[in-house]
Ligand binder design. Structure first.
Ligand code: PGA
Length: 251
């Protein structure tokens, strides 16, 4: 049985003080989530990670990115041991904004995912097609490539804690969320690819939908057989709307 997961991606939002305020205000929500078997998390900027962990230790706290090298001459980067020192156990990998603005390739994602898994951390791997690719009917081919290259060189044992997020690029921050049918179709396809590659462990891997998820549309996704949760940007920033998202998932 896969546990439901609500993960907020704060992107480049919230100062440390604002992150702390949210984390403190979300304490009761974590209790509520636990009682209803939902995992609840957020991905703050690096600067906010330890503050959020300290203010609400019951939240899953994910980095938004990580460097695959342990240390060295990589100006501006953050390594896995640095995250682990703070107690961070999750990291997003390959969010479309990183792919678009920072040229992150599937190969680069693969190196990060392998390093995270080797360190016992949880990678949350984001995949999804652009509008152009969607309109060309290339969604599944794109997702397949991202998944196969991103998860290259891993075994069934390696991926047991992996989380995959399907986020169509055209739906991120646009208010144009994918229909539940499209989301289920692609998430079901992702599970099939995972099964082809890794066998039955695919049934334990959580797959999230992301892209303009709001309190009023989240429930339809969670009702789909292959969608286990949501990765939410804009609607995860205010604690009130985060609470509504959670309550609508639980109900
Ligand atoms: P959005 O962002 O919910 O604001 O569309 C989703 C994401 O980028 O993960």
């Amino acid at each position: 049985m896969r546990r439901k997961l609500l993960m907020g991606n704060w992107k480049m939002n919230k100062t440390i003080a604002e992150a702390k305020e949210f984390a403190l205000a979300s304490k009761q929500l974590s209790e509520y989530a636990k009682k209803h078997n939902v995992d609840l998390g957020v991905a703050p900027v690096y600067l906010g990670l330890s503050t959020v962990l300290e203010a609400n230790p019951n939240l899953i706290v994910a980095a938004q990115n990580v460097n695959e090298h342990e240390k060295g001459a990589y100006t501006g980067e953050i390594s896995i041991p640095m995250l682990q020192e703070l107690g961070v156990t999750w990291s997003l990998v390959g969010h479309s904004e990183r792919r678009t603005y920072y040229n992150e390739s599937d190969e680069a994602c693969n190196a990060k995912i392998k390093a995270l898994i080797a360190a016992g951390m949880v990678p949350l791997y984001c995949v999804g097609e652009t509008l152009e690719q969607f309109e060309a009917g290339a969604t599944k081919a794109v997702v397949k490539e991202q998944l196969y290259v991103g998860l290259n060189d891993l075994t069934a044992g390696d991926v047991k804690n992996l989380v995959v997020a399907y986020e169509p690029v055209w739906s991120i921050g646009t208010g144009k969320n994918a229909s539940k049918e499209i989301a289920q179709d692609v998430c079901g396809y992702i599970r099939k690819l995972l099964r082809d590659k890794f066998g039955d462990i695919a049934d334990e891997i959580r797959i999230l939908y992301g892209g303009s998820v709001k309190p009023n549309n989240v429930k339809q996704y969670l009702g789909q057989p292959d969608i286990d949760g949501a990765l939410v940007g804009g609607a995860s920033l205010a604690v009130e709307s985060y609470e509504e998202l959670l309550k609508n998932i639980v109900e």
